[in-house]
Write a protein that binds this ligand. Structure first.
Ligand code: 9MR
Length: 474
């Protein structure tokens, strides 16, 4: 392995070395039947480099308060190529007063990471916990709007720079498979999809994740609840790209061999999966190796993040759940993880981690089949509006824009409100309003629609839900 490569080189580098070597050995042994020793540099010597051989990352949570600890930063810089801010990108940290954003500590972590060639996972935008006081006291449409504003404010700051965002964190109940009660949940069951739609419009280049704990065991009701939500989102075109399984394993939530089934099942819905906050009570080498091997067995398992560097950095340090001891020494679990990564089987490479530079490339909106009986349009476009959900004083709607028999390149919608409705948020389009007349034009990334295909634009509005007729011109 090239020890001069930067972590980002390693992250980008495909896993070809070992595969080609194995192929060459196969040919050699078939032809000459002589023993060929494997060069000593065939295995990578750090977690990040080892994971990069199969196109994955290996990350850690970083705390800004520890960036002055050289033992900590030396290990973190050497071993990991993905970073999650342990607390600094949460709601209370980034918007301590309503409408006033503060990225001081978040940027300290972000800058440390990118200056050392690492990428950053964003954690987290909408969560019942670690809300600042002002948000805790909100409810209803004021809270819904505050959530949307928060997502827009934070994602705008990091637009094009964060490959994965945990858009919504821990929204499910621990035991019954339904939603957790929270002030966000009480704004209406659609709050999660509104968060994802807002996030997609705010940074179309970011992959958008739902993140939770105790969704590792395939038989648990909570796992099934989240699975069903992701399935529903995919079937309705709600923009979700990934599921983060936190992976906090302990005696009450032990590793189970059906974990691989869980990862495969989520991935089969058409999302990436990632292990986002891994720690294992007691740090069993076998359990750590099993977890890594389960990820490696799933092509869409894009990477693993441990929740801290040394045991002394852990949120539950008494359980010694991490890969380095309090002095920064490698534990047995470290070696088992490294070996598992180095032994990754071929053909399990995930899709490449998205670039950190701005490159608006949203996932294409799934085509919507024309409703039965709709006659083919000669050209141009048509549009229909539907109410997605409503709550006292507000509602969310979706407009489906469909191209006729020719592709359209740029579209404009017009309608008239009859009840004094006003927009609070629009995604996948840009609006202008004159009195009760509304014009919505395509966003920069969804103006082109193939013949017969569709895209959607969504909005939340104040007032009574209404579905006025919409005209579409292209
Ligand atoms: O590790 C974090 C700890 O320092 C904080 O005090 C705590 C506050 O809620 O959050 C911890 O991180 C959590 C993460 O953000 C979400 N999943 C559970 C993690 C451990 O509690």
């Amino acid at each position: 392995m090239d020890t001069n490569a930067t972590p980002s080189d390693r992250l980008r580098r495909p896993r070809r070395g070992r595969v080609l070597l194995a192929g060459a050995l196969g040919v050699l042994s078939a032809v000459t039947a002589v023993a060929v020793s494997v060069p000593a540099d065939a295995a990578a010597s750090t977690l990040g480099a080892a994971a990069a051989q199969s196109g994955r990352y290996f990350g850690t949570a970083i705390s800004s308060s520890r960036l002055g600890d050289s033992n900590y930063t030396t290990i973190a810089n050497r071993e990991f190529n993905m970073v999650t801010a342990e607390n600094e990108m949460k709601i209370d940290a980034t918007e301590p007063n309503q409408g006033q954003f503060n990225f001081n500590n978040a940027d300290r972590i972000y800058n440390w990471a990118v200056q050392n060639g690492k990428q950053v996972r964003g954690h987290t935008l909408a969560w019942h916990s670690q809300q600042p006081g002002w948000m805790q006291s909100l409810s209803g449409s004021a809270l819904r709007q505050a959530m949307i504003n928060h997502i827009n404010g934070v994602m705008a700051h990091y637009k094009g720079k964060i490959p994965y965002w945990d858009v919504v964190n821990e929204a499910f109940d621990d035991s019954n498979g339904g939603r957790r009660d929270s002030n966000l949940q009480r704004t209406g069951n659609d709050w999660i999809e509104v968060a994802f739609r807002t996030a997609r419009a705010a940074d179309p280049a970011a992959k958008l994740c739902y993140n939770d704990y105790n969704i590792d065991n395939w038989t648990w009701a909570k796992t099934q609840g989240v699975y069903n939500m992701v399935k529903d989102f995919k079937s309705r075109g709600v923009p979700i790209d990934c599921v983060g399984l936190q992976g906090h394993f302990n005696s009450g939530s032990a590793y189970n061999s059906n974990y691989r089934t869980t990862l495969q099942s989520f991935a089969a819905l058409g999302v990436d999966v990632a292990i986002t906050e891994l720690d294992v009570e007691g740090a069993s080498s076998t359990t750590y190796a099993n977890i890594v091997n389960d990820c490696l067995a799933v092509a869409r398992c894009v990477g693993i993040t441990v929740w801290g560097v040394r045991d002394s950095d852990s949120w539950r340090s008494s359980q010694t759940p991490l890969l380095f001891d309090g002095n920064g020494n490698k534990k047995a679990a470290y070696t088992s993880v490294l070996n598992a990564l180095n032994n990754a089987a071929p053909n399990t490479s995930p899709s490449p981690t998205p670039p950190v530079s701005p490159s608006p490339s949203p996932s294409p909106t799934p085509p919507v089949s024309p409703s039965p009986g709709t006659s083919p349009q000669p050209g141009g476009c048509s549009a229909t509006m539907r109410t997605v959900s409503s709550w006292p004083g507000g509602f969310q709607s979706e407009v489906t824009v469909t191209a006729g028999s020719s592709a359209v390149n740029g579209w404009t919608l017009n309608w008239t409100w009859s009840g004094g409705q006003t927009f609070s948020s629009v995604w996948n389009g840009t609006q202008s309003v004159s009195g009760s007349s509304v014009t919505v034009r395509n966003a920069p990334y969804n103006g082109s629609i193939a013949a017969g295909s569709s895209t959607t634009v969504g909005f939340t509005a104040n007032g009574s839900a209404a579905t006025p007729s919409v005209t579409c011109s292209s």
